[in-house]
Ligand binder design. Structure first.
Ligand code: SF4
Length: 291
């Protein structure tokens, strides 16, 4: 049996940079607070916890004083920075530059629209309550409308100007489909503009994963259960290769999964550490070398 770890899977640059910042800080101090999971992967989070990382939520942030706090790649709304300032918290900002640019763009459109009194609706295609989306909505003082799909499109007022943006990890095809429908429904089509703000670190992985899944008899997709990117990319693998399995912990691997397979491909999400995929590969090789 040939087991191959996908060289294109693993952390995206935004996550690599956030983890590097955390490690740098932890090499100088015993404890570092991080607002939310630094990455949607419990194994990697516990590795960093052993170095001193402590994950906190917004309520805990509000009670914290005089401590550095890391903001992860997803970014945060302006209200978080305000709380930090009030509590004398030093922000170690690991917001991904791609997300940061999107936040600034949305803020600019929102402020311009307010100044000009255009009654603009800012619409964000994304997952309601997702940290990145909360950070984006925060740029509009909470006024942006979040749409998760076709089912939410009736909430848009098509008589007013609309600007559509996307969470960075949404599928490109669905975004374009959504934009086309909104455009058709607009009372005045010139009042509608959209920006494809999807991160290519994720989007470009789709065609690659399709090819990778086709090339292997069985695909083992390693990802944390909470990762929305993980769920989406696993769906891509499963659609091409029905013998694809989602593995969030090494113990979930069962030898029956690869029964009769000549080739096994191990891949993962943008939040999956390389070491986790390699550890699974090693486990499989050890099991089968004994058979
Ligand atoms: S997926 Fe893209 S936008 Fe999101 S953290 Fe990674 S590099 Fe940044």
């Amino acid at each position: 049996m040939q087991v191959t770890v996908d060289t294109h899977s693993g952390f995206c640059p935004g996550v690599v940079s956030a983890i590097r910042k955390a490690e740098e800080q932890l090499s100088e101090s015993e404890t570092l607070y991080c607002l939310g999971d630094i990455v949607h992967n419990s194994e990697e989070v516990s590795r960093l916890e052993q170095l001193g990382l402590r994950t906190i939520d917004h309520e805990q942030l509000a009670r914290l004083r005089d401590m550095p706090v890391l903001i992860r790649a997803h970014g945060e709304p302006p209200s978080t920075y305000l709380v930090a300032k009030q509590n004398n918290i030093e922000i170690i900002d690991a917001t991904c530059p791609v997300v940061l640019q999107l936040q600034k763009r949305i803020k600019r459109v929102y402020e311009d629209s307010r100044t000009l009194g255009q009654g603009m609706q800012i619409v964000i295609y994304g997952k309601k309550g997702h940290a990145e989306v909360n950070g984006l909505v925060g740029q509009t003082e909470g006024t942006a409308l979040v749409v998760e799909g076709m089912q939410d499109l009736d909430k848009i007022d098509y008589t007013r100007p609309v600007r559509l943006f996307s969470q960075t990890t949404m599928p490109v095809d669905s975004f374009r489909e959504l934009a086309a429908i909104i455009c058709r429904r607009m009372q005045n089509r010139e009042d509608f503009q959209y920006r494809d703000t999807i991160c290519r670190q994720v989007a470009n992985r789709i065609p690659h994963l399709q090819e990778f899944s086709r090339q292997h008899d069985v695909v083992l997709f390693v990802s944390g259960k909470k990762s929305s990117n993980g769920k989406a990319l696993f769906g891509v693998c499963h659609e091409v290769n029905p013998r694809s399995y989602f593995i969030s912990h090494p113990e979930e691997f069962q030898p029956e999964m690869v029964e009769g397979a000549q080739t096994v491909g191990i891949c993962g999400a943008t939040s999956t550490p390389k070491w986790q995929m390699e550890a699974l590969s090693k486990t499989i090789q050890e099991i089968f070398s004994k058979k």
